[in-house]
Design a protein around this ligand. Structure first.
Ligand code: BGC
Ligand code: NOJ
Length: 814
């Protein structure tokens, strides 16, 4: 069952009924001002940091789940009937409804009894504000006397404090209203130099800024007293809960339409120029008046929207494919790339599953997000790499998270996730392969943001690798620390309390649990690093790295191979985890993917054997589960993983992030059909048809799909902010379609399904447009390459001479 449809031409998903199984959301903004918007106009906005600079309030654990947002009300003043053109919050049944989610904008349109209304929500490029562009049209045969009400609820900036510190906050709220613009200035007089504003393009017939004056003390957003009565009360908030509400009265003749624009914005004044006149209590509004005037004009708003469309069009056009499979095309060309940008911007901070107050930027997360994003805006990827490296510690270890606004490592979460450092190597290597910008390795970057501690970035990478080499356990495998990629496999957490998450776990002394996964990741990162070293002329260093990788491989073959698959780990008592010897958790997905990606088992059949085991034991029609058999009870020596009921999250859920590792591994052993089959199982577009089962948005990946042990097998959760986005993009584009940036140029080595006759692609790479055409001449994966009509040895397109803007690439598969 579907709740909408893809409009690939316009690069939109069109939701055609408002009661989607879960709120189906989108993001506004792609620079500094951001918002989350659901298909019924729910959600909130923030500037840079969803915890510390929250502009509008959002209640978690709400009932109904999605309540509070950017709501507009329409009131027919003749009948007194009122409704929400976005369906929520009044939920009055609409005659027609659509929500179009596009890249950085959403358009919600509806019709009720001949009143058509459409609101376009977006953030203009370069601005710290959002535009709500409302068009109302009278499709009745008679004149219409209408009132329009806008509404938002301000957050008192720090979202965590806002949801808990009521004894203070109920007395701090402050607003100013001038020329119909509502300014939210809580705490401006002492701690802050920023404020929010909410403006309207039409003459305002009234306003409200005190929530209870608008709603009524015992009412909710579904039936505001003011809207029912048809008249705002011009309330001014003193403390309590400041809101922004405008009332606009319009009379429309049959067929007539009117546009009303609302702007919600954020502004910071210089600390010494906060008041106007100086010394008064009145905020200095000079700077925002111009911007408000500008975007309240329909032509300016239209122009800004066109700029946004073009911006995204150009970003997406950098890499386009035309394959025989529509789900592949749609995800690669539009939605997966878009999700990559969102995960790059948000890390795991703000979604409908991440509260925006718990987690800032993840170190491991952001390094991986970059893999799917680096070709879109390489300059931002470079900046991010330097930010991440600056939170690395002198030991090579890394803070697990940092806060957007301060860019400082988060002490509360700390470090000691022993895989973290290695991901930086992958990110930097991907950046150089994409851009050829070797200078990044010489950029001076501090440790733990301490001035004076700077070294070249290259040394950060060296320390990352050394971090693993210096931390090996009894079997010679890398020590796992608090956890590796699997945050919930807490093998040293002997003294943790049941139900506690990893953040509060106290490790027992000793801590000798080891990770085969990190060994695999070390092989990946070590080889990347060796390539970088060799290319920089450090051949001795390159050799040393390769020998360290080989040493690690030997240990994995000896202690990490279980007979038919790679083991997962050794616990603190030296017992294997992810082994046939275990009763539960016999086989885990992560080491199969990562070890094979690190090159293990490719020569001696172990890789093939491991993948066969994955197919037999872990694969389901909804994707590949994380491990089997699921843990049936809580085990102290395993930690959080066994706290989840079977089939959910890390306890045998389909943790989608790991699936592309298996797809990649399948391509490495030459199985194009199997790789693409796994790709399709979790592809959201492919799953659109079963939206009643999947429940999440059909245009983006979710972190998890419930596994076969779950009662709700196939149900997705935690959409949007997941490493699944970047890794699926890497798997499909670089390994299945095989278009892969390397240090020497663009490689084209597809491992596609046997039934595909070929495919085409356009790829912008280092300023040159590559037109790629792949044609199947036989059933295998052997390639023959022609560049601009000339046969070329190997599968890497040599970098063209400077000045060349277009390259024609032809590949035959046999
Ligand atoms: C989740 C993990 C997540 C971790 C960190 C755990 O509860 O299961 O997926 O990485 O929390 O927030
Ligand atoms: C979510 C985290 O963001 C990611 O870093 C981690 O690898 C997975 N959970 C698996 O536990």
């Amino acid at each position: 069952m579907k709740f909408g449809t893809f409009d690939d031409q316009n690069r939109e998903y069109v939701i055609t009924r408002p009661d989607t199984p879960l709120p189906w959301i989108n993001y506004l903004g792609c620079e500094a001002y951001f918002g989350i918007i659901s298909n019924t106009a729910g959600g909130y906005s923030f500037y840079q940091d969803p915890r510390l600079r929250r502009i509008t309030r959002y209640r978690y654990n709400n009932v109904p789940m999605d309540m509070g947002g950017r709501y507009i009300y329409l009131r027919d003043n003749t009948s007194g009937e009122f409704w929400s053109p976005s369906w929520q919050p009044t939920r009055k049944p609409l005659d027609e409804y659509t929500c179009r989610h596009g890249q950085g904008y959403s358009i919600i349109s509806s019709s009720l009894k001949g009143v058509f209304a459409s609101t376009r929500y977006f953030v203009p490029m370069g601005e710290n504000l959002e535009v709500w562009q409302l068009t109302v049209r009278n499709d009745r045969g008679e004149a219409l006397d209408l009132s329009v009400f806008s509404s938002i609820e301000f957050c008192l900036w720090d979202a965590l404090d806002d949801s808990s510190n009521f004894q203070r906050n109920f007395s701090t709220g402050q607003v100013e209203v001038e020329d119909g613009v509502i300014y939210h200035k809580t705490e401006y007089r002492e701690r802050r130099n920023h404020f929010a504003y909410f403006a309207c393009s039409a003459e305002v017939a009234g306003f409200d800024t005190q929530r209870e004056a608008f709603l009524g003390a015992y009412r909710g957003w579904d039936s505001p007293q003011v809207v029912e009565a048809g008249q705002c009360s011009n309330s001014i908030a003193y403390g309590w809960s400041p809101v922004g509400v405008h009332q606009v009265n319009v009379t429309l003749q049959p067929g007539e339409e009117r546009q009303v624009i609302f702007l919600l914005g954020y502004h910071e004044n210089p600390a010494d120029d906060k008041f106007d006149p100086p010394g008064s209590q009145t905020i200095n509004k000079r700077a925002v008046k111009t911007v408000i005037r500008r975007y309240l004009q329909a032509e300016e708003a239209d122009r800004a929207f066109a700029v946004l469309k073009t911006y995204w069009g150009e970003l997406l056009d950098r890499f386009q494919v035309e394959t025989p499979d529509e789900h592949t095309n749609r995800m690669v060309n539009i939605w997966n790339a878009y999700q990559n940008m969102i995960t790059f911007n948000m890390s795991r901070s703000a979604s409908y599953f991440e509260s925006g107050i718990g987690r800032g930027m993840g170190y491991r997360d952001s390094n991986q997000d970059l893999l799917g994003f680096v070709h879109m805006v390489p300059e931002r990827a470079r900046e991010r790499i330097l930010d991440l490296a600056a939170t690395q510690m002198a030991s090579g270890g890394a803070y697990h998270q940092y806060q957007q606004l301060t860019k400082r490592g988060n002490d509360a979460v700390g470090s000691n996730f022993n895989d973290d450092p290695l991901w930086l190597v992958l990110a930097v290597s991907a950046y150089i392969k994409e851009t050829g910008d070797w200078s990044i390795l010489d950029a001076m970057v501090p440790y733990d943001n301490q001035p004076g501690s700077e070294t070249p970035l290259y040394e950060h990478l060296q320390r990352s690798v050394r971090y693993t080499v210096e931390r090996k356990g009894p079997h010679g495998l890398p020590l796992i620390g608090r956890a590796d990629w699997n945050d919930c496999l807490n093998l040293n957490c002997f003294s943790s309390e049941p139900g506690q998450s990893f953040q509060t776990t106290t490790n027992k002394e000793g801590k000798v649990a080891e990770s085969v996964f990190i060994a695999g990741l070390f092989a990946v990162a070590g080889r990347e690093m060796a390539e970088l070293a060799a290319a920089r002329g450090n051949s001795a260093e390159a050799r040393e790295l390769i020998s360290q990788v080989e040493e690690m491989e030997a240990v994995v073959y000896q202690h990490g191979w279980d007979g038919a698959w790679f083991r997962r780990a050794y616990d603190d008592f030296g017992r294997p985890i992810g082994s046939a010897q275990n009763e539960e958790g016999q086989i885990f997905i992560e080491p199969q993917g990562m070890c094979i990606m690190g090159g293990l088992g490719l020569d001696d059949g172990k890789a093939e054997q491991a993948l066969k085991s994955v197919g037999e034991r872990l694969a389901t029609m909804h994707g590949i589960v994380l491990q089997q058999p699921a843990y049936s009870q809580y085990y102290l020596h395993l930690g959080e993983i066994s706290s989840y009921p079977p089939g959910y999250k890390e306890n045998a859920g389909i943790f989608c992030h790991t699936n592309p590792w298996i797809m990649i591994a399948e391509t490495l052993v030459g199985h194009g059909d199997q790789a693409h089959d796994y790709y399709l199982r979790i592809n959201p577009s492919r799953r659109e048809e079963i939206s009643e089962v999947h429940r999440g948005e059909p245009y983006v990946y979710s972190q998890m799909i419930a596994g076969r042990d779950a009662a709700t097998h196939g149900e997705a959760k935690n959409s949007w902010l997941t490493g699944t986005a970047a890794w699926n993009y890497v798997a499909i584009t670089q390994y299945i379609l095989g278009i892969q940036p390397t240090l020497k140029g663009l490689k084209v080595a597809p491992v596609i399904p046997a039934a595909w006759k070929g495919f085409k692609s356009t790829r912008l790479y280092r300023g040159v447009t590559y037109q790629i055409e792949v044609e199947r001449k036989g059933p295998g994966n052997l390639t023959r390459l022609w560049v601009n009509g000339q046969a070329v040895e190997g599968n890497v397109v040599p970098l063209p001479e400077t000045g060349v803007k277009d390259v024609q690439v032809k590949v035959e598969l046999a």
